[in-house]
Design a protein around this ligand. Structure first.
Ligand SMILES: Nc1nc2c([nH]c(=O)n2[C@H]2C[C@H](O)[C@@H](COP(=O)(O)OP(=O)(O)OP(=O)(O)O)O2)c(=O)[nH]1
Length: 141
């Protein structure tokens, strides 16, 4: 049965898929309710689009880079993570394969976070369990 939630895909960019020491987070500029919060870059899957294609497209549009996909961070809804009642998000660990990330659309700032600085930004509320699961996956935290 299709999910009643809208599909969002996001890339948890790490500096190195084999030995990750930092993750990239981005500060949203919209909508006003979410502006200023830090998130995992990505966006909604378009109708008829596959989730991986959507992820490559969103990261190209938002950050101007090409990425290589690694493993997913599995969430509790058949691997997706609930975001409130309206959305579900699939999070894939990834690495930049070409380019340098820049806040081209939708973000005012990007920041690479080390393991110890992971909680130094104000993550969007729905992201906290995802970030905790990411730390466990990347660093056994
Ligand atoms: N991309 C992303 N969205 C998140 C995260 N956490 C979170 O609650 N969200 C919410 C914010 C939005 O309501 C929704 C995703 O929408 P979006 O605004 O990023 O999607 P989009 O780029 O396709 O935006 P648009 O063109 O429709 O404006 O999920 C996150 O870590 N990354």
């Amino acid at each position: 049965m299709p999910s009643p939630r809208i599909d969002v895909v996001a890339a948890l960019l790490v500096d190195d898929l084999a030995v990750p020491t930092q993750v990239l987070t981005a500060r949203r500029t919209e909508p006003p309710l979410l502006a200023g919060g830090w998130e995992i870059p990505g966006g909604k899957v378009d109708p008829g689009e596959g989730p991986d294609d959507a992820l490559h497209r969103e990261i190209r549009e938002e950050l101007g880079v090409t990425i290589t996909l690694g493993e997913q961070i599995p969430g509790p809804l058949a691997r997706w993570w609930p975001l409130g009642e309206r959305y579900r998000m699939r999070v894939t660990i990834a690495q930049v394969s070409d380019g340098i990330p820049a806040p081209l659309a939708g973000h005012s700032e990007l920041r690479w976070l080390t393991r110890h600085a992971l909680w130094s930004v104000d993550w969007l509320p729905g992201n906290r369990p995802i970030v905790a699961a990411a730390a466990a996956r990347l660093w056994n935290d």
